[in-house]
Design a protein. Structure first.
Length: 517
């Protein structure tokens, strides 16, 4: 037995064994084209008995697959189900016995180049060699049975997905740095198989928000509307309202408020009703089918934002439209799914906005095992749901949130405060018993009231609130230390439950002295 932890020695040993052996069996999680070991394999293809390569997370280079297209002894493990992750290089040396390298190195350029790898070389001269050889043959045979031939159809299908995931793969190579807390991407949502994912959305679809069949029917109808009209602007007003998520009549069992109700988004509704040309132009930048790229999304939000004069975070409305056009890539993120979605995706809630949506949400979705399911093996409802698979995440993360309403609490306990401007907030980004509150009010409120009353919910049933009675003059004197939009019309305070300081602005203005209970 020998340990090899040097890349140069590893390359030299593999090439030497390939050249000198009689037969080869290799299983590798991923593989690349263009390295010296793969070149040696291609020059000795007649020696290959078994070559099995995985494709999970789309790390295998399509050029490698193309190099072995149609080769009878080469197989590929599909990119769904349990991750295929071995690294075994077995060589039958004829009269000189056998040798086998087992360890961490994949058949990739990185592993054969600069990665830190370690391999164990075992041979027929080691203790229990005959048992080890039989075990290797057995497991290789089992893996081969569950693998697929590398044909042109699979290569074309895989290549499209591989290209679509280039952004996600880059994010894996250079992960986003943590901010305020560690991001964790260990949620099971990323590793679910298609069957598991489909069963999950069936189980978690909430009745009052539509069954899986009802929701699928909405997406199918939306697809029909986009397919039968030249663009969004060509749709009639009622159809635009349906796509916009604020058509409130139930027709043919379809509730168009599923996948994100926008009935409370006044300015958005006005632009849809007025058929603002920027909305239609923005949607034209998203292809009807095929790959959607990060560049497509950025172009979309740039054009979409031109529909509005005020600078606001229009995450819900922008992603609602995207979900209706391309539910395979996008899900609508609104107040009723954002909290749970961010927790599961390891995202700090306030960091998710229209500018970061692709990197934090879509890039992660398209790297999930279930998202990459081969649709050719699906039929019926499963095949239809696959077409809208990203949108159906809403069924998993939807929470029927009780909106914060502090008026009854004040009427019972502090009725004298009702004559002041009242802002209430539910808890955001809870951890244990703590969290934060998000308050918004206008500059006009500072002119109309002597005090601003902030009421932060302490539960989810509007029974308990923490109250702050803040003189408007205090806010006016510290406007430069608070978050205001470009026109100064809206003021945002992101108040820490623990410290009673504003987290929205780096100054961290304190409101502790104004707490009255």
């Amino acid at each position: 037995m020998q340990i090899i932890a040097d890349n140069v020695k590893l390359r030299e040993k593999l090439v030497s064994l390939i050249d000198e052996c009689d037969r080869i069996q290799i299983a590798s999680a991923w593989a690349s084209a263009g390295n010296i070991v793969v070149d040696a394999l291609l020059q000795n293809k007649e020696k290959i008995q078994k070559l099995i390569v995985g494709t999970h997370f789309f790390q295998t280079d399509p050029k490698f697959l193309a190099a072995f297209e149609g080769f009878e002894k080469a197989r590929v493990r599909m990119h769904e189900g349990a991750v295929f992750h071995p690294k075994i290089y077995y060589f039958d040396m004829g009269n000189n016995g056998w040798e086998c390298l087992i360890g961490s190195a994949n058949l990739t350029n990185a592993a054969m180049g600069n990665n830190d790898e370690i391999m164990v070389l075992v041979s027929d001269s080691d203790a229990d060699a005959s048992t080890a050889q039989l075990d290797i043959w057995k497991v290789m045979g089992e893996w081969e049975k569950n693998a697929k031939k590398i044909d042109n159809e699979f290569i074309n299908f895989y290549t499209k997905l591989y290209k679509a995931k280039s952004q996600a793969l880059q994010s894996v190579a250079t992960p986003l740095p943590p901010k305020d807390s560690e991001r964790t991407f260990d949620s099971e949502i990323f590793s679910l198989t298609w069957e598991e994912f489909f069963n999950e959305i069936q189980e978690f679809t909430i009745f009052e928000k539509g069954t899986i069949i009802d929701r699928d029917a909405v997406l199918s109808k939306a697809h029909q509307l986009f397919s039968t009209h030249q663009n969004f602007a060509q749709m009639g007003e009622l159809d635009r309202k349906k796509i916009g998520g604020f058509y409130e009549r139930i027709e043919d069992g379809l509730d168009w408020r599923w996948f994100g109700s926008m009935k409370g988004s006044g300015d958005f509704k006005k632009q849809i009703n007025d058929n603002n040309p920027h909305i239609s132009s923005a949607l034209d930048l998203i292809p009807n089918d095929g790959t959607v790229t990060r560049e497509d999304y950025l172009a979309y939000i740039d054009e979409f934002s031109k529909s509005f004069t005020e600078e606001q975070n229009r995450l819900a409305t922008s992603t609602r439209l995207l979900t209706m056009k391309r539910p395979d890539y996008f899900m609508c993120v609104d107040s009723q799914n954002k909290r749970q979605l961010c927790r599961d995706f390891g995202i700090i809630e306030r960091e998710l906005n229209i500018d970061t949506y692709w990197d934090l949400i879509t890039a992660q979705i398209i790297n999930c095992a279930w998202w990459s399911q081969d649709p050719s093996v699906l039929t019926g409802l499963q095949r239809s749901v696959w077409n809208g698979r990203a949108a159906f995440l809403d069924a998993l993360y939807y929470q029927n949130i009780v909106r914060s309403n502090a008026k009854p609490f004040l009427q019972s306990n502090y009725p004298e405060l009702l004559r002041h401007k009242l802002c209430s907030s539910r808890k955001w980004e809870e951890e244990g018993d703590l969290g934060n509150w998000w308050f918004k009010f206008s500059e006009d409120d500072l002119k109309s009231y002597e005090y601003i009353v902030l009421a932060g919910a302490l539960d989810d049933s509007n029974h308990a609130f923490k109250l702050f009675k803040i003189p408007t003059q205090y806010i006016i004197d510290h406007l430069d230390k608070l978050d205001c939009n470009a026109e100064g019309r809206m003021i945002n305070i992101y108040l820490s439950i623990e410290d009673h300081i504003d987290l929205r602005n780096d100054y961290h203005l304190s409101f502790k002295e104004f707490c009255i209970n």
